[in-house]
Write a protein that binds this ligand. Structure first.
Ligand code: NDP
Ligand SMILES: O=C(O)C1=N[C@H](C(=O)O)C[C@H](O)C1
Length: 268
């Protein structure tokens, strides 16, 4: 079978660079194209430059041309960019792996709609370890369903633009679903001033931003006399990139459909 040609969106970003390195090092996939938005300083440079490799693939600034040259697009950019690239991928009949976070309900609906025509993996965290934690949280929430307060704490680098992280929100969704709660109704995003006592049914979120923290997430189940903490810490962005390559391979041969990393990893 021919190698899958991959297009990397946001090629000069933190994840874009890591994704290029992961694709170059993986079997069964080949770097078809790399692109970024016009005006980004790396346009025209070799896509492997930051990984110290000559690929012969220059970073372009025409998303349509780049997507047309690939079988699957991996996109870790910003919601506006992702939705533009998604429309192009849909029109060109290309698969897409989306790691971008911070999409609103309308953006998520647009992804679901596009997935009727092309296959899409959309997940807030592509790392195998984090997806294992999502499963552990289901078990913990089931056992600790009475008498434990749930708080989600996350820390990321100073450059991150969305909060709470997509992963923290998914952790909250997983626990809320298991507890029969609606996250939109029970989430508390930070506290300040005279808050009154904590309401038992709430799920709290706390966000830390600083330095070069790659990504730390903890779900705390706090009872009277004991606390349980389930924590994941990222030491590198490579697990996100390797998970994305697995997602590309998972989509090969699929006509359409919306999937996430739980599907890719067979954890449903
Ligand atoms: N699902 C997962 O496993 C993970 C998800 N993420 C998510 O991926 C996204 C990117 O993160 P990160 O790589 O750190 O971010 P960066 O800011 O380092 O990179 C983003 C890239 O996208 C480009 N870009 C920004 N806006 C647009 C746009 N409107 N259209 C097209 N391209 C655009 C940027 O260009 P420019 O520099 O010119 O702005 C840059 O090259 C975030 O949403 C983050 O939360 C991150 C890690 C893991
Ligand atoms: O912006 C990041 O860096 C990350 N974003 C994702 C998120 O919002 O959950 C995944 C990971 O935590 C890194």
């Amino acid at each position: 079978m021919a190698d899958i040609r991959v297009a990397i969106a946001g090629a000069s970003g933190r994840m874009g660079r890591m994704l290029i390195e992961a694709v170059l090092g993986a079997e069964g996939v080949v770097l078809g194209s790399a692109f970024d938005r016009p005006g980004t300083p790396f346009i025209g440079r070799d896509a492997g430059e930051m990984a110290g490799v000559v690929t012969g693939v220059a970073i372009g600034d025409d998303a349509r041309v780049a997507i047309a040259a690939a079988d699957c697009v991996i996109d870790f950019t910003r919601p506006e960019g992702t939705l533009q690239h998604l429309a192009l991928a849909r029109g060109l009949g290309k698969a897409m792996v989306i790691g971008t976070t911070g999409l609103d309900a309308q953006g998520k609906a647009a992804i679901a709609e596009a997935a009727r025509d092309v296959p899409v993996v959309f997940a807030p965290n592509m790392a195998v370890g984090v997806n294992a934690v999502f499963k552990l949280l289901e078990v913990a929430a089931r056992i600790l369903s009475e008498g434990y307060d749930v708080e989600v704490i996350e820390a990321h680098h100073r450059f991150k633009v969305d909060a709470p992280s997509g992963t923290a929100l998914r952790m909250g969704e997983v626990v809320a679903r298991e507890l029969g709660r609606d996250l939109d109704a029970c989430a508390i995003y930070g506290r300040e001033g005279h808050t009154g006592e904590r309401k038992a049914e709430t799920i709290g979120f706390s966000t830390i931003r600083g330095g070069d923290v790659v990504g730390d997430h903890t779900v705390l189940f706090a009872g009277i006399g004991e606390r349980i903490e389930i924590t994941h810490k990222s030491g590198s962005r490579m697990p996100y990139a390797l998970g994305s390559v697995r997602a590309v391979k998972f989509l090969q041969g699929r006509e359409n459909g919306l999937f996430d990393m739980q599907d890719v990893l067979g954890l449903r």
